[in-house]
Each structure stands twice: as structure tokens, then as C-alpha cells.
Design a protein around this ligand. Structure first.
Ligand code: GLU
Length: 389
């Protein structure tokens, strides 16, 4: 197994995700000593020429005290108000902690649309790159104040992975209140063992996280595995480690027990990485066995191989592609909306114009806009992880 130092050896761009439970105490106050210690760790990395980004939770936890609602369950509007109150404080705390080490910070608030719409994603990337070039540390959080419930990230693990992918980071550190991934829930099973390294996120690994229903740990191990999938497929190593004690990154460098998820050696091209990491496909296109085989050979999806489309998707939206057994084999950006896709399903591409009255493209999903599911086997060529369009 590789040790931690080898994962860090070539890391030049690192995203550090900090959970609310680490930053904010039970009374709703900031754990200043802890934050100071983390800032010192970060200054150490910065001095070694690592460019850093922080994805910090804590806005709601910090804001709720001032809301004066006690321990009462918050409504969505209350939570958004708490986030509005807490975010300004959260940014100030980071600014002050890092300024003690002469490090400058900038606040970035991202909504789901900012990472899931290509043009906005590129824009956010350009802003972050410009900050990193100036050695300024972006402090990122979800724009909780106005995000609509159903299109929120809701967790900063996946947001952290999307940010890592956005800036082509080499490492993503999830500072959590658990040491890493265990063979089973350590709170329920005394025989549970910590897994030091995960090379591939297999169904067995997902089962260890307790499946979709029974995820353990406060942030949820399943969302951490989803984050690992996005990050590793983008060529970024990810680690889950316990950040509760002071100097968590120093401890990590000294080899504390944790779980590393190994980056994919052949990261997808940047644009495909973005498609691959997309959070919410708007629908599903079902294909026949012939099309399923052709896709696995790197071909485009043609209307002829489509059996039906489900969901309300528009041209340009991210959709999942399922084989005749209903297994998701790929995802991609469609060139036809759901209604048009159903109308041309099973037809030769030559017929598209006469059926729809227009033909935007011979392919429903072009191979350039399509990424195979990891289990389906990738036909990707290795391409440098640099962003183009
Ligand atoms: N964005 C939320 C906050 O700052 C936290 C989300 C999470 O804990 O992952 O309060």
C-alpha cells in the first residue's frame, strides 16, 4: 500500500473540506483553537508551494444561535436565514485565522447550477484559478441562502469533490468526525476494520458504507463515497480522516490511520470529467442490446438503438443511458429533448428530419458527450486534465 506521504508527494493543488461538527461547538461557537491549528497546518502546506482551497460548512450551525429559535427544528426558510447570518461570520473566521499566517482568502458561494451548467462551471473555474494564481485561498460553501430545496447539494462532501474536479486538484481531504471507511459500521460492529486504501469503488465497498439507507457517520458515508467517485475519476486522490483533534493535516502527513481513495490513473478529459461528475441526470434513455455494445466500443448513440426515453429533459441536459436490463451503462448530454427522443426512437437517423421537421444532429448523444459507467469499462484515452471547453 502507498503511504500518505506518497499521496502528497506531487500534490500541488489541494482541496480541504471541513465539516460543521469540527468547526462549530455544541453551543454554536467557533472552535477557535482548533481553527488556529488547522490554519497553521495550511500555512505549512502553502509554504511548500501547494495551492489550497477550503470547502467549509458551518454557516447554518453558526447562524442558528442568532436566530433565537433554540433547539427547535428549523424550517427551510429558517435554515436559509441561519445560513445568511452564519456565512458572513464563517468567512470572517477563516479570513482572520489565515491572515495570522499572512494568507489571503476570498469567499465563493456556489449553487447547484454553478457546477452543473457547463458555462457557469467554466466561469466559476476561471474565478478560482485566478485566485489560486494570486496565492489567495478560496473559501467555498454552498449558496444556502436562496438554494431551492430539491436542487441543493445539501452536503459539502460532493460539493468538495465537484470543486476538486473543477480546479483539477491533486488531492481532496475530507476532514470528518470518523477515521475513514470501515468494513462495517464501527458503532454497531466491534469487529469493524478501517480500510487504509481503496483502489476502486466497487459494489462491495459501497455495501461497507451501509448501502443507501443505512449510511453511518454524521456526514453520511454514502455521500463520501459519491465524492470519492467524482474525485478519483477526475484524477484526484481523496482521503477521509478524522479531523476532530488539533492539527489534523499535520497528523495526516505523519501517517495517522485514515482511508485513501486512489485517483484513476487515466483521468477522463476535463469535459468528460464534468459530465461524469454530474449530479442529477434529468432522465433516462433506454437502448437495445446492439446500441449498448456499440456504446461500450466508444460509438455515439443513434436514434435507431433507442427503445424509449423517460423524464423531462431538454436538449443539452445530462441523461443516463440504460441497457435492456435497465442497468445504467453511461451518461451523456443529449441533443434532443425527451419528446423528440421518443418520437425518433428506433428510427434511422435519415428519418429524423421527416419525423420532427428538423434535424439538429444525426446522433442523439455524440461520443464526445458520453461517458461510460466505470463498471461498463472505459474506452477513454488518457488526456491531460486541463480544461478546454
Ligand atoms: N452548507 C452547509 C453549511 O454551511 C453545510 C452542508 C454540510 O454540512 O455538508 O451550513
Amino acid at each position: 500500500m502507498k503511504n500518505t506521504s506518497s499521496y502528497f508527494a506531487h500534490a500541488r493543488r489541494i482541496v480541504i473540506k471541513v465539516g460543521s461538527a469540527l468547526l462549530v461547538n455544541a453551543e454554536g461557537g467557533v472552535r477557535h483553537d482548533w481553527l488556529q491549528a488547522l490554519a497553521a497546518d495550511m500555512a505549512h502546506l502553502h509554504a511548500q508551494n501547494c495551492r489550497l482551497l477550503v470547502v467549509s460548512s458551518g454557516a447554518i450551525a453558526l447562524g442558528r444561535q442568532m436566530l433565537g429559535t433554540g433547539k427547535k427544528r428549523l424550517t427551510l426558510a429558517d435554515k436559509q436565514a441561519a445560513a445568511a447570518i452564519g456565512q458572513i461570520r464563517l468567512s470572517a473566521e477563516w479570513q482572520q485565522a489565515l491572515a495570522k499566517h499572512s494568507l489571503n482568502t476570498a469567499q465563493i458561494l456556489l449553487s447547484h447550477d454553478d457546477t452543473e451548467t457547463r458555462r457557469r462551471h467554466l466561469n466559476a473555474r476561471a474565478t478560482m484559478m485566478s485566485l489560486l494564481d494570486r496565492q489567495i485561498i478560496p473559501v467555498v460553501n454552498e449558496n444556502d441562502t436562496v438554494a431551492t430545496a430539491e436542487i441543493r447539494y445539501g452536503d459539502n462532501d460532493r460539493l468538495g469533490a465537484r470543486v476538486a474536479q473543477m480546479v483539477s486538484a491533486d488531492a481532496l481531504i475530507l476532514l470528518s468526525d470518523i477515521d475513514g471507511l470501515y468494513t462495517s459500521d464501527p458503532k454497531a460492529d466491534a469487529a469493524a476494520k478501517l480500510i487504509p486504501e481503496v483502489k476502486a469503488i466497487t459494489p462491495e465497498i459501497i455495501a461497507m458504507a451501509g448501502g443507501a439507507g443505512g449510511a453511518y457517520s454524521s456526514g453520511g458515508m454514502i455521500t463520501k463515497l459519491e465524492a470519492a467517485r467524482i474525485a478519483t475519476r477526475a484524477g484526484c486522490n481523496m482521503v477521509i480522516c478524522n479531523g476532530t483533534e488539533k492539527h489534523p493535516i499535520k497528523s495526516l502527513l505523519e501517517g495517522v490511520a485514515c482511508t485513501w481513495f486512489k485517483a484513476n490513473k487515466k483521468p477522463l478529459h476535463a469535459r468528460k470529467t464534468w459530465i461524469d461528475g454530474g449530479l442529477t441526470p434529468k432522465g433516462t434513455i433506454y437502448v437495445d442490446a446492439g446500441a449498448s455494445k456499440a456504446l461500450k466500443r466508444g460509438k455515439s448513440l443513434l436514434a435507431a438503438g433507442i427503445t424509449k426515453a423517460e423524464g423531462q429533459f431538454e436538449k443539452g441536459d445530462l441523461v443516463a443511458i440504460a441497457d435492456p436490463e435497465k442497468k445504467i451503462i453511461a451518461r451523456g448530454l443529449t441533443r434532443y429533448n425527451a419528446k423528440a427522443t421518443n418520437s425518433i426512437a428506433g428510427q434511422n437517423s435519415r428519418e429524423i428530419e421527416s419525423i420532427l421537421g428538423y434535424c439538429d444532429s444525426d446522433e442523439v448523444i455524440h461520443a464526445d458527450d458520453l461517458v461510460l459507467d466505470s463498471a461498463a469499462g472505459d474506452v477513454e484515452e488518457s488526456t491531460p486534465n486541463t480544461e478546454s471547453n
